[in-house]
Design a binder for this molecule. Structure first.
Ligand SMILES: Nc1nc2c(ncn2[C@@H]2O[C@H](COP(=O)(O)OP(=O)(O)OP(=O)(O)O)[C@@H](O)[C@H]2O)c(=O)[nH]1
Ligand SMILES: [Mg+2]
Length: 234
């Protein structure tokens, strides 16, 4: 079973597109899949839409009340999902579901233990009209993270791994931003690889990435460096 975990906050308009695209992408896989939306009480009709979608697709929505945050939503979703392979992706279709089979197959063939959907490897791309500042905003965090992680695009937010290799939840201290980097640093992964993706711009709904989240990321990075230093040599 493959669990596709998707954090959502006010993504009602995107949910049917995600469900359809994931279903098409997973049709050729030998294993069944479940699509799990972890929603922070958006109150925008997401629950009703999921109820309808669940008549056609293996879709579930888990609504968290009184809690907000992308990283904690992802961790919660992983905890309540059941597949032996976990794929995490965004709901705004920036991450092409069509890349899921290639990511999953690398895990299943044992070629990789952590697979990232990546904008910055050969064959990957971002939308042509990204401004210089938006590109910098995307590339600088990846460069800051480079000593922690050999991957080119640890900020992509699109990643897959085996549940057995998930670090204990007690070792994670997620704040705000994307969680792939933390899972990678604290898990025991030796064969990470990247699958090229075209990162599309969102068509529906609004971005939730605020300046506060980006500053949080710097705090997060500081903590991960401290963690890495503490466990170096153990
Ligand atoms: N559950 C939950 N999901 C969230 C939260 N914040 C963001 N998300 C989801 O996380 C994913 C990424 O958020 P985006 O707003 O697209 O952030 P981004 O991709 O970094 O920014 P853009 O490039 O502007 O799209 C989306 O599926 C959001 O709905 C949150 O507080 N709780
Ligand atoms: Mg997005």
């Amino acid at each position: 079973m493959i669990s596709i975990v998707v954090p959502t906050y006010r993504e009602a308009a995107n949910l049917p597109h995600v469900a359809k695209a994931v279903d098409e992408a997973c049709a050729g896989l030998a294993d069944d899949y479940e699509l799990l939306f972890i929603d922070d009480d958006s109150q925008d009709g997401s629950e009703e839409i999921c109820a309808e979608l669940s008549e056609r697709f293996p879709v579930r929505i888990v609504v968290r009340k009184g809690e907000r945050g992308l990283a904690t939503a992802v961790i919660h979703g992983i905890a309540v999902s059941s597949g032996d392979i976990v794929v995490v992706m965004d709901a705004d279709l920036s991450h092409p579901p069509s890349a899921i089979p290639a990511m999953v197959e690398r895990l299943q063939r044992g070629e990789s233990d952590f697979v990232l959907g990546s904008r910055y490897v050969q064959g990957g791309s971002i939308h042509d009209d990204w401004s210089f500042f938006r590109q910098l905003n995307s590339i600088i965090p990846s460069l800051l993270a480079r000593p922690l992680c050999p991957l080119k695009d640890p900020m992509s937010g699109f990643f897959a791994f085996r549940r057995a290799e998930m670090p204990d939840a007690g070792r994670l201290s997620p704040i705000g931003y994307k969680i792939a980097l933390e899972i990678f640093v604290k898990g025991d992964f030796n064969h990470a690889s990247e699958v090229p993706i075209h990162f599309a711009d969102r068509q529906h709904g609004e971005s939730k990435l605020s300046l506060k989240e980006q500053l949080n990321f710097l705090r997060h990075l500081g903590r991960l460096y401290a963690y890495k230093l503490r466990f170096a040599g153990t």
